[in-house]
Design a protein around this ligand. Structure first.
Ligand code: SF4
Ligand code: FE
Length: 482
């Protein structure tokens, strides 16, 4: 096989014939569904960009597992430059799609599993690393999309997995069968799950002795028997099903979140990469989370660029772009957005090689990056809302724009800067609305808060990585304090 084109990817997903519950129905042809199609196009973009002569140098890279050129979305990072290029690629995808393009999670999972399995094998004499290399070589060859599935439902947060009244609230190994394991449980908030060929299941937290059944990492095809998908709702999502598309805001692309249930799913042994080694569950979680926190330094900055561009444009359309308070607000937005990106670049440039050979991000800086992401996009959204004006929340529908009488009045009374048509002003306002309060706000705001873990998780990691004792010792030595 080799690098796929966007339309080949779309065909390959269609051929899986995945079924999901969407808005109370189980549509026959999922890829054609109005809610699903924009999210598939966003993933297809990651394939087309690898073919585009303008961008293929950034998107294509020589695999470390063979001599082939692969899409960077399946690459095992071989240098700090690779990590930097990953973030650059994600920013580019964010700018071009204006949404979550979903393909990063499997990439982050693969890099974390690659180094963790190596170290686990060294300590426990297991052979997970070779298995994983075989598996990932195939993913690269076939140029597949892999969902990284970490977040368990977690039930009563005061209880450990073993104490939950329902043991499935953390995904677990339920049984052993000849040649493999049976897993049972669910993964929530699965970004792009129905646009993926494969799933990498990982534990959700550091497991302790006695919690071996929950310390599981394995690969499952999305089409495996026993998996059920329930589509996540997003604000204003049904606008995608309406006749007039202007109200959607993002004209082509969108994100996707899916609740995924594993009801007694068989996983053959060659696809199992952690099976009860509780001491490596936390390592895997921390590494994956750090890679994904790095990712946000790229994708959220890219979507931030779209919001800044739309805000600057609506200021022109409203005729206020020369006002000093408007330029101040735009500069503030740029400052915040570039700070996000700077952290993404910094944690990449200072990344280090793991014992397995691939490169891991600087965990302290990756967590600082993501902690900024839990705040700055909200401030960007506030400033965009301020500049755009109240029409953002009161504008008539695209359907009324088509009505002879209402449309005439909408065009007359929503006209502003004569250089722009009223309908174009409406398009820009809907795009901003999409990002600050519509379906796009799931990817841009809610995911900025909770994706790759909530702010408290980053604070814990920052505290752990910051070496405060060393800083105290340095001050003591400096001041001659014993
Ligand atoms: Fe990639 Fe960002 Fe979406 Fe995560 S939120 S999958 S990093 S685009
Ligand atoms: Fe995410």
């Amino acid at each position: 096989m080799g690098l796929k084109k966007g339309d080949e990817y779309l065909k390959s997903i269609k051929s899986l014939r995945l079924k999901a519950h969407v808005l109370g129905e189980k549509p026959g042809d999922l890829p054609e569904h109005g809610l699903v199609e924009p999210s598939q196009k966003a993933v297809a973009f990651t394939y087309d960009a690898a073919q585009d002569k303008e961008t293929r140098d950034l998107f294509c890279v020589e695999s470390s597992l063979g001599k082939d050129v692969v899409n960077r979305f399946t690459h095992l990072h071989q240098s700090a430059d690779d990590l930097v290029n990953k973030v650059k690629m994600q920013r580019y995808c964010g700018v071009q799609t204006g949404c979550c393009f979903q393909r990063c999670v499997g990439l982050d999972a693969a890099n974390a599993i690659f180094s963790t399995t190596y170290e686990c094998d060294q300590k426990h004499g297991t052979n997970y690393h070779e298995r994983f290399k075989d598996y990932w070589g195939w993913i690269q060859q076939e140029d597949l999309v892999v969902d990284g599935a970490m977040t368990d439902p977690k039930g009563d947060r005061s209880k450990r997995p073993v104490e939950q009244p329902d043991p499935d609230l953390f995904l677990r190994i339920k049984e052993r069968r000849p040649g493999g394991i049976i897993i049972s449980g669910a993964k929530l908030h699965q970004t792009g799950m129905l646009n993926s060929h494969e799933i990498l299941v990982m534990p959700t937290l550091t497991m302790r002795p006695g919690e071996e059944p929950w310390a599981v990492c394995c690969a499952v095809p999305t089409s495996a028997e026993g998996i059920h998908y329930i589509y996540g709702r997003q604000a204003s999502d049904t606008r995608k099903l309406e006749t007039y598309k202007l109200d959607v805001g993002n004209p082509v692309y969108g994100g996707q979140e899916v609740m995924t249930v594993f009801e007694d799913v068989f996983v053959p042994a060659e696809r199992v990469f952690l099976d009860g080694e509780v001491d490596f569950s936390g390592v895997l979680v921390e590494r994956f989370a750090s890679y994904h926190r790095q990712s946000y330094g790229g994708c959220k900055a890219g979507v931030g660029d779209v919001l800044i561009g739309a805000t600057a444009l609506i200021a022109q359309m409203n005729g206020v772009d020369k006002a000093s308070h408007i330029t101040d607000k735009l500069v503030e937005m740029i400052h915040l957005n570039e700070t996000i990106y700077s952290c993404g670049i910094a944690c990449s440039a200072t990344g280090e090689q793991t014992a397995a050979g691939n490169f891991q991000v600087n965990m302290l800086l990756a967590n600082v990056c993501k902690l900024n992401v839990t705040r700055f996009p909200y401030e960007l959204a506030r400033l965009a809302t301020d500049v755009a004006g109240g029409l953002l929340g009161t504008m008539p529908s695209a359907a009324d724009l088509e009505d002879p009488l209402a449309g005439k009045y909408i065009r007359k009374y929503l006209a502003a800067n004569p250089e722009y048509a009223t309908v174009d002003r409406m398009k820009v306002l809907r795009l901003i609305e999409n990002l600050v309060a519509g379906a796009g706000a799931v990817g841009y705001l809610i995911e900025s808060m909770h994706g790759a873990g909530p702010p408290t998780a980053q604070r814990i990691m920052i505290r752990r990585q910051a070496k405060i004792d060393e800083k105290i010792d340095r001050v003591k030595a400096f001041l001659g304090i014993k």
